[in-house]
Design a protein around this ligand. Structure first.
Ligand SMILES: Nc1ncnc2c1ncn2[C@@H]1O[C@H](COP(=O)(O)OP(=O)(O)O)[C@@H](O)[C@H]1O
Ligand SMILES: [Mg+2]
Length: 450
């Protein structure tokens, strides 16, 4: 590859799968050959089951990559191809750059011990060992000494809230607790990749949701590469950075939750999407719009007031020149300030009523949106204003309407004071010396630039 010419935009993938096929049955090679010649999976039933056909995707380090599809679509087969439990019949699978297709048994064992741990749907705990020993098991396989592995295992049990259960037997624990043991065990093994096959599917809905939230929380710290299998699109959308949708052994779409939701590749995906709880999937970053009612703190009150009159809005955001969000100003306050000859709008600055980060789900925005007249402000990690979510946008996103559809009745706040009063104040010379508008004439240009 002539990688010198092109700057590397993406980190090299943790897992890279190309043209990977898995056929169970009597004559796998023959099936691969005929599939390539255009035969359908059904036609070849007699020769074998093509469980995964020509799969291709790559998983970035630190990503939660979800594989979703109905039962029998090939998800488990695919994830087991990644760690060689189901060796691929055909194709290439690279883990951190190393090809694993064709590895011998010892090579595959080393791969599973050192690079990829797996969490199964039915926990797969050793029934006659204590919870602590179960968690320490992977470390034992890796030759870590007894004292050390117990200490580490205890640490992971604490992380999943089970420190008091270390000496219990798995059978004494509820399903949710057993699965937490399974996760602690996988984490204790300290591999870069976690493979999770329907890990939460056997749990009650409430526990399940709690586990999803705990996984996301853990992941924010651990930054593992996670391949997560589920047949539940809500779970997929909540957890996944990206989702691959499988049908009949083939991957039919790969995209972010937002892409899958707003642009399903076909009817199969669209049908899944119908039942999705959009408020728990879409984030502020997905639906936000460019902020329009914004002025720099250095702009005068006249600039702000004119902008608000033109946009018919009773409040506007104020930022520093570096776009740090400083607060909001209201038309009423500014009108008074202009009439009194004030020139520093930070004197009437108020705190921003509602601020969220890009990755907050819109479910969390409703209350904020109701409480405040202003759109919800979206900031990045360093308090820079990157967008706004007006109430209209929030409702449109839920109803799956295109953003900024003009048909939606506008319920956004308008001016609190009559526009004519603003115009009159702006046209009146400020008390004291100087021609009208002079004090902040420079800043107006600045304000108009955005
Ligand atoms: N060990 C196996 N031997 C034969 N067929 C299998 C085996 N494992 C899975 N299959 C078949 O492969 C297809 C995909 O199964 P699977 O990967 O378990 O799907 P999913 O996990 O999406 O439910 C199914 O038709 C299943 O019967
Ligand atoms: Mg399965």
């Amino acid at each position: 590859m002539n990688s010198t010419a092109v700057p590397a935009a993406e980190p090299s993938p943790a897992i890279e799968v190309s043209h990977a096929t898995k056929v169970f049955g009597r004559r796998p090679r023959e099936v691969v050959k005929r599939l390539r010649a255009g035969a359908s999976r059904e036609e070849l039933r007699g020769l074998g089951t093509a469980a995964v056909i020509d799969a291709g995707f790559s998983v970035r380090p630190g990503e939660i990559f979800v594989v979703m599809g109905l039962s029998g679509s090939g998800k488990s087969t695919l994830i087991r191809m990644l760690n060689g439990l189901n060796p691929a019949t055909e194709g290439s699978i690279k883990v951190f750059g190393s090809e694993i297709v064709g590895l011998d048994a010892e090579g595959l064992r080393a791969l599973r011990r050192e690079r990829m741990s797996m969490v199964f749907q039915h926990f797969a705990l050793l029934p006659h060992r204590t919870v602590l020993d179960n968690v320490a098991y992977g470390l034992k396989l890796r030759g870590v000494g007894a004292e050390k592995r117990r200490e580490r295992a205890r640490g992971w049990l604490t992380r999943v809230g089970l420190e008091d259960w270390a000496d219990s037997m798995p059978g004494e624990l509820s399903g949710g607790m057993q699965q937490r043991v399974g996760i602690a065990r996988a984490l204790a093994a300290d591999t870069d990749v976690l493979l999770m096959d329907e890990a939460f599917s056997a749990l009650d809905p409430l526990i399940r949701r709690e586990m999803q939230e705990q996984l996301v929380e853990l992941q924010q710290e651990l930054d593992k590469t996670i391949v997560f299998i589920t047949h539940d699109l809500n779970e997929a959308m909540f957890l996944g950075d990206r989702i691959a949708v499988m049908r009949d052994g083939r991957i039919v779409q790969i995209g972010t939750p937002n892409e899958i939701l707003t642009d399903p590749a076909n009817d199969y995906v669209a049908q899944f999407v119908q039942d999705v709880d959009r408020a728990r999937v879409l984030t502020a970053g997905d639906v936000m719009e460019p902020p329009r009612a914004v002025v720099f703190a250095s702009a005068g009150p006249r600039t702000a007031l004119r902008l608000m009159r033109d946009l018919q809005t009773s409040a506007c955001f104020v930022t520093s020149a570096g776009r740090d969000l400083l607060g909001v100003v209201r038309d009423r306050d500014l009108l008074r300030q202009v009439r009194e000859g004030g020139t520093d709008l930070t004197e009437v600055l108020r705190p921003t009523p509602s601020i969220v980060s890009r990755d907050q789900h819109i479910a969390e925005l409703f209350e904020l949106a109701v409480e405040s007249q202003l759109p919800v402000a979206v900031t990045d990690g360093s308090n820079r204003l990157v967008g706004v979510v007006p109430r209209v946008t929030l409702l449109a996103a839920l109803a799956d309407l295109p953003p900024s559809t003009t048909e939606i009745p506008v319920i956004e706040p308008t001016l609190d004071v009559p526009a004519a009063a603003i115009t009159e104040a702006l046209e009146t010379a400020p008390p004291g010396s100087g021609p009208p508008n002079a004090p902040d004439a420079d800043h107006e240009r600045e304000g108009a630039d955005r």
